[in-house]
Design a protein around this ligand. Structure first.
Ligand code: NAD
Length: 445
């Protein structure tokens, strides 16, 4: 199948590479020339495990090409995936400017049947708007549906991959959701995904769009739920790790997304929850549950900061070492990372922050002015008054705590992800605080 993917970011690039790996001929398009130039040389502009090797291999086999032009990049394509960003407007609504731009430009250059696919996360009814935009912007000779009109389809195929395990997720999906308006579009999807032998959920456009928003909102709800439980655990002296374990073995509940911490971040959950609240409001429904999910998430970061203030006592002029900056492990993505809010709050109080992250240093540079980014864990902790663990990178599991204890000014550790819960840091002489581990033992409310 000849496929074009417009937008070569975290989703578009992984989609393009994986589709090419499945045997399709793919053109990845992006307006960012720097990105495309890097990609042409086989260098991924983002960090995603396994991506660099696949990319180089596919370029060598001539199964993937790159372009900055929608006109040339979509010429041969039968299927065009739209994978551009859908950021939040100040009121929380999804900004669909990029999606509209792509739909219009594709239409203006269309001379044969195309299936336009929403891969980006978009609110319900976007598909209908894309169809309208395409119809109105086709070359004039193709506009009359009854006389020489050009056939095209619009479909929704939301993406559920997670950064950090994106290739694995794409290649082994729990399900592939497609929202279609024609049998022809459905058949094309079956052909595209045939090698994966996936469970296909075929539905209408709006339902497919809603599945994505509902799924992300539900996962965010689980996170806020367990974070609320963690708050109670801290106050009554219970251990949220045991509570999660005890809940998670119940098949009706499941263990995933029951990890208490400093709240969700990243480019999806905060934005998608906002967009879903907005969409519901617009449709006349007040989604109070999601409003609470958002508020709990915000309060969780504040809770962590208060804990640091409480145990560190005076924050001003203290040296704070931070391990992990990306919003989750195995990615360089810093968009809406909890680390940014937490570090900025401590800087505001006069702390000096030194931080280390295995992949996100380049992205962190512009987002965290004033933070000293160090070359390794040990340079970050040297002389520090406390250590914050903000992203649970697997390599932090193996750190030499004895050496860290020797290097630090004060042996104080705040673990925002409960990553070191089993390490018994007290044995090295640390005072250790996780989240929801019964810190206040019922002494404080
Ligand atoms: P991104 O910002 O990494 O990538 C978007 C790309 O689109 C950028 O490279 C940008 O230059 C390009 N672009 C913008 N306008 C363009 C145009 N007119 N023509 C060509 N390229 C254009 O974003 P992302 O994280 O890949 O997310 C894309 C969409 O996928 C969003 O709607 C997001 O919500 C959704 N999504 C993201 C994830 C994730 O984990 N990141 C997972 C599932 C769904």
């Amino acid at each position: 199948m000849e496929i074009a993917v417009v937008g070569s970011g975290y989703v578009g690039l992984v989609t393009g590479v994986c589709l090419a790996h499945l045997g399709h001929r793919v053109t990845c398009i992006d307006i960012n020339l720097e990105k495309i130039n890097k990609l042409r040389k086989g260098v991924p502009p983002i960090y995603e495990p396994g991506l660099d090797v696949m990319l180089k291999d596919l370029i060598r086999k001539k199964r993937i090409t790159f372009s900055t032009s929608i006109k040339t990049g979509t010429k041969k394509a039968v299927v065009i995936f739209i994978a551009v960003g859908t950021p939040s407007k100040p009121n929380g609504e999804a900004d669909l400017t990029y999606v509209e731009n792509v739909a219009r430009e594709v239409a203006e250059n269309m001379h044969s049947y195309k299936l336009l696919v929403e891969k980006s996360t978009v609110p319900a009814e976007t598909g209908l708007r894309i169809r309208r935009t395409v119809q109105m912007n086709l070359p004039k000779k193709y506009r009359n549906k009854n006389n020489g009109g050009l056939e095209f389809d619009v479909a929704s195929n939301p993406e559920f991959l997670r950064e950090g395990s994106a290739i694995e997720d794409f290649m082994n999906p729990d399900r592939v959701v497609v929202g279609v308006e024609s049998k022809r579009a459905e058949e094309i999807f079956r052909e595209i995904y045939k090698p994966l032998k996936p469970r296909m959920i075929v539905t209408d456009l709006k339902s497919a769009e809603l599945i994505k928003h509902a799924s992300n909102s539900f996962l965010a709800t689980k996170i806020s739920f367990i974070n609320s439980i963690a708050q109670v655990c801290d106050r009554v002296g219970a251990d949220v790790l045991k509570v999660s374990e005890g809940m998670g073995f119940d098949k009706r509940i499941g263990r995933h997304f029951l990890d208490a911490g400093i709240g969700y971040g990243g480019s999806c959950f905060p934005k998608d929850v906002e967009a879903f609240i907005h969409l519901s409001e617009k449709s006349g429904y007040n989604f109070i549950l999601l409003d609470a999910v958002r508020k709990v998430n915000e309060s969780q970061r504040r809770y962590f900061i208060r804990l640091i203030e409480d145990k560190l006592w005076i924050v001003k002029n203290k040296v704070i070492a931070v391990l992990g900056l990306s919003f989750k492990p195995n990615t360089d993505d810093m968009r809406s990372a909890p680390s940014v809010d937490i570090i900025q709050a401590l800087q505001k109080e006069g702390a000096t922050v030194r931080a280390y992250d295995p992949q996100a240093m380049e992205n962190a540079q512009s987002l965290l002015p004033g933070v000293t980014l160090t070359k390794d864990v040990f340079s970050a902790v040297k002389g520090a008054h406390c250590l914050l663990l903000l992203t649970e990178w697997p390599e932090f599991k193996k750190i030499d705590f004895k050496r860290i204890h020797n290097l630090m000014q004060q042996p104080l550790v705040f673990d925002g992800r409960n990553m070191f819960a089993d390490e018994n840091l007290e044995q090295y002489g640390f005072e250790y605080y996780g989240i929801g581990r019964g810190i206040y033992k019922g002494e404080r409310g």
